[in-house]
Design a protein around this ligand. Structure first.
Ligand SMILES: Cc1cc2nc3c(=O)[nH]c(=O)nc-3n(C[C@H](O)[C@H](O)[C@H](O)COP(=O)(O)OP(=O)(O)OC[C@H]3O[C@@H](n4cnc5c(N)ncnc54)[C@H](O)[C@@H]3O)c2cc1C
Length: 512
């Protein structure tokens, strides 16, 4: 089958929307038994693993970000009221954001899932999800250690010492010099402080969900993948799913299906729900969309990780080394203060804007502030509106500010003398103003279709991913996370998709 040229069937037993990090997992799992006709619809290009564009195969995030054909074009987001809207990066095409992301492979932690339980998500405690993380990984360094996995679909690897860039090496020395703990395995339980970065990559080659999950399932006769087709909305009959409507290249088609799983990501899954009449009733009414189920939580609770870059001008020697080495080979995690569990992350950037430019990327991983996704219009060609409201909660501003101050202390360590030209970068005097005007994001959206108990105002799906108030519709991607993941979210998204796919599969078997 030439990927991307699949004729769309008129019907399917289940339609999965979005072939991204989660959708590839869900489609692979639901097609495994061969009992159901599974149609996976992807708005962007579909391609086989072997045909992955060169720009996104390797380790260089800069090249991946420049691959504009693999992201949603001109998707604008407002980060803070002080900043004009800027383009927001969101993957489009086989693998979704996992095909263009930074490849950091960090498991969710006990603290994350304690928060899920506090949010009322039963069945998602740390002891229940931890084995799933182990099952999905093929850890090439620690696979045989207790709590790890060596045979899962996602290769996880770290960079050998020799390939680490100069900013990475200096951060390691400075962090240990300032007394931070060191752990060789950042995915070990309780690991904190500085660790070699783990990546979803093998032999220097990216492993996206397209590679790890979809490729091995591609030849199944009852799985079809339709690239370059955008789902405009889910169709209902008397509150029950009856199919999806596709829009693209000036035509509209309908695929009849009794079950639909949205895996369009935390930006687009809520947009599809709202276009389908599931969402805040006042917003839908204002746009003239007929309400099928009033769920005020759809599009609300958008979580993101705010970040700040402390720039460094590299010496000529460091710049030459950086050009040959991998960037970001260590990750420093630390708490912002008493009562916080590793809510700050500092990532060394051996290359940023170009030759001679590096820095420390500082981010707040457990923010209090949340933003929202809204529709501009019912037309699927119109991008949704993203208002991230980063740092709106004063506590976030203070915690990110503390992280920046600590990064400046690290940069003042003698380890950076050989690396940085012109002395250490200092945070500006008006740190709050600078952060509001200059903060950026890590492109980790979540929480816009939150999992939670039925009856709570913010809940959109139950603990099996079923959309409340309708029949036959699920969400199974990063949108369901009830609180932002305290680490980069790729592995957690895959774990969530695996778990929800198992629940959806058993529901489908019972109703067959
Ligand atoms: C630049 C960048 C860097 C990142 N770095 C890291 C990192 O280093 N480590 C980490 O853990 N995480 C990282 N992430 C985040 C991680 O990749 C995401 O959390 C994860 O991919 C989310 O998975 P998802 O399935 O929810 O959405 P996605 O992977 O974004 O998949 C959604 C898919 O749905 C498709 N879609 C959307 N709307 C429609 C529609 N209407 N019809 C059909 N298809 C549709 C999209 O085209 C896309 O393919 C990064 C993300 C980005 C963008």
């Amino acid at each position: 089958m030439p990927a991307g040229d699949c004729a769309v069937p008129r019907s399917a037993d289940v339609v999965v929307v979005g072939a991204g990090a989660a959708g590839a997992v869900v489609a692979a799992r639901l097609s495994a038994s061969g009992a159901d006709e599974v149609l996976l619809v992807e708005a962007g290009e579909d391609y086989r693993s072997a045909d992955t564009p060169r720009a996104v195969r390797g380790a260089d995030i800069g090249r991946a970000l420049a691959a504009r054909a693999l992201r949603w074009p001109e998707l604008p987001a407002r980060l803070t009221p002080e900043q004009p809207p800027r383009p927001y990066v969101c993957g489009r095409g086989a693998g979704g954001s996992s095909a263009i992301n930074g490849q950091l492979a960090v498991r969710g932690t006990r603290a994350d899932f304690d928060a899920w339980v506090r949010a009322g998500c039963s069945g998602w405690s740390w002891p229940e999800v931890r084995p799933l993380f182990a099952a999905l990984e093929q850890d090439l360094d620690f696979g045989d250690e207790p709590g790890h996995g060596a045979r899962g679909p996602v290769p996880v690897s770290r960079r050998p010492m020799g390939g680490r860039g100069p900013v990475s090496a200096a951060l390691h020395e400075a962090a240990t010099g300032l007394g931070h703990a060191e752990h060789p395995d950042l995915n070990a339980e309780g690991a904190t402080g500085i660790s070699p970065t783990a990546w979803h990559r093998k032999d220097g080659v990216r492993a996206s969900s397209n590679d790890s999950f979809l490729e091995p399932a591609r030849d199944r006769p009852r799985l079809r993948v339709a690239g370059r087709h955008t789902v405009s909305r889910v169709l209902f009959s008397s509150g029950r799913v009856s199919g999806v409507e596709l829009a693209g290249d000036g035509h509209r088609e309908v695929v009849a299906a009794p079950a639909v799983v949205l895996c369009a990501g935390a930006v687009h899954s809520p947009a599809i729900l709202m276009r389908s009449g599931v969402g805040p009733d006042d917003h839908l009414a204002a746009l003239g969309i007929e309400v099928v189920a009033a769920l005020p939580g759809v599009g609300a609770g958008l979580g993101e990780h705010p970040a700040a870059l402390l720039d460094l001008r590299l010496t000529a020697a460091a710049s030459a080394l950086a050009a040959r080495a991998d960037s970001g080979c260590y990750l420093l995690r630390l708490p912002s203060g008493p009562g916080h569990t590793d809510d700050l992350q500092i990532l060394p950037m051996d290359r940023t804007a170009g030759p001679g430019a590096g820095g420390l990327l500082v981010s707040l991983m457990r923010p209090e502030s949340t933003g929202g996704v809204r529709l501009r219009s019912p037309d699927p060609a119109d991008h949704p509106l993203l208002d991230l409201r980063l740092l709106a909660d004063r506590r976030d501003l203070e915690r990110l500010g503390r992280a920046v101050q600590h990064a400046a202390e690290l940069l003042a360590h003698p380890a950076f003398r050989e690396v940085a030209d012109g002395g250490p970068a200092r945070p500006p005097a008006d740190l709050d103003g600078w952060l509001r005007e200059r903060c950026r994001v890590l492109y980790h959206p979540s929480g816009t279709c939150r999992m939670g108990p039925e009856g709570e105002p913010g809940s959109v799906v139950d603990e099996e991913g079923r959309v409340l108030g309708v029949e036959g519709l699920w969400v199974a991607d990063a949108a369901v996370m009830p609180v932002p993941c305290g680490v980069p979210p790729y592995l957690t998204t895959v774990m969530v998709a695996e778990r929800l796919a198992a629940a959806i599969g058993s529901r489908l078997r019972r109703t067959r």
